[in-house]
Design a protein around this ligand. Structure first.
Ligand SMILES: [Fe+2]
Ligand SMILES: [Fe+2]
Length: 273
């Protein structure tokens, strides 16, 4: 299977780039399943139901969230009827929505996706390792699921790498989100799981994490909040990771970064036809 994961969409420029270009990417490269992190797609803060629908209509199979899940208050309500929107699975019991689910891909394959949040420099949620262990044990790769994608939404690369090795051989891909900066450490781990510490954002890289740079710079200089954070509006770079999996085992055969448009040098996976 050919999987694509795209990092956090930031603001109008990030979501527009993805909504405009995803249908062509799916068609041109015969992608079987696409996951997009949407936690910053509504002016940098959360996601509206309309934006979710637009991203799904563009061809995303699943949209994941993170620490910005509830920035748009409506999300607490509409997530109950939107089964393709996942929030972190290790939120407290009783949190609306769900954090892991088995989906049917365009080719009929079963793909499990989970969104989980780290705890280092983040909110102290339930233990991400214990929770994801249960989720993966309930849905074994190569038996119930043809592919498994884990979006590890976390600040610390150590915690993300630990999650990658913890799940090595049991899932197709562990990819980090949240830092909005793509890392160059994509690899297939010892037991066959594709890994990348951070997918990067889909947004304007002439910015601080996708936000218009003046206010973040001022806050570092003056330590007095002056204005609001607003997403930078220049051309977005679409950033993510592509994986090709073994149809029999669900493990990764190939992994490569994806970078399209905007200021970053373009990178397309060599195995994309
Ligand atoms: Fe984010
Ligand atoms: Fe985040």
């Amino acid at each position: 299977m050919k999987l694509l994961f795209l990092g956090d969409l930031v603001g109008r420029t990030g979501r527009t780039a993805v909504i405009d270009q995803l249908p062509g990417l799916i068609e041109d490269h015969q992608l079987d399943f696409v996951v997009v992190n949407g936690e910053n797609s509504a002016s940098g803060f959360g996601i509206t139901e309309q934006i979710l629908q637009d991203v799904l209509d563009a061809g995303a199979d699943v949209v994941t969230l993170g620490n910005h899940s509830w920035d748009q208050r409506d999300t607490l309500v509409y997530i109950e009827r939107q089964d393709r929107l996942l929030r972190p699975v290790n939120y407290p019991k009783g949190t609306p929505g769900r954090g892991a689910h088995l989906f049917t891909a365009r080719n009929g394959a079963q793909v499990m996706v989970a969104n989980v949040m780290g705890r280092v420099y983040m909110d102290p949620l339930d233990d991400p390792f214990a929770v994801i262990d249960r989720v993966v044990n309930d849905c074994p790769l190569g038996q119930v699921a043809d592919a498994i994608i884990i979006d590890m939404h976390a600040e610390a690369t150590s915690e993300k790498q630990a999650m990658g090795h913890f799940l090595d051989g049991r899932v197709s891909l562990v990819v980090g989100t949240h830092t909005h900066v793509p890392t160059a450490d994509h690899q297939i781990l010892t037991h066959g799981t594709a890994y990348m510490s951070d997918a990067g954002m889909c947004g304007d890289y002439d910015s601080v994490l996708g936000m218009e740079k003046d206010e973040p710079v001022n806050r570092f200089l003056r330590k007095i909040p002056g204005g609001r954070f607003t997403p930078a509006g220049g051309d977005a770079t679409i950033c993510g990771v592509a994986v090709e999996t073994d149809d029999r085992t669900g493990l990764a055969l190939k992994v490569a970064p994806v970078r399209i448009g905007g200021r970053l040098d373009p990178v397309l996976p060599p195995f994309w036809s």
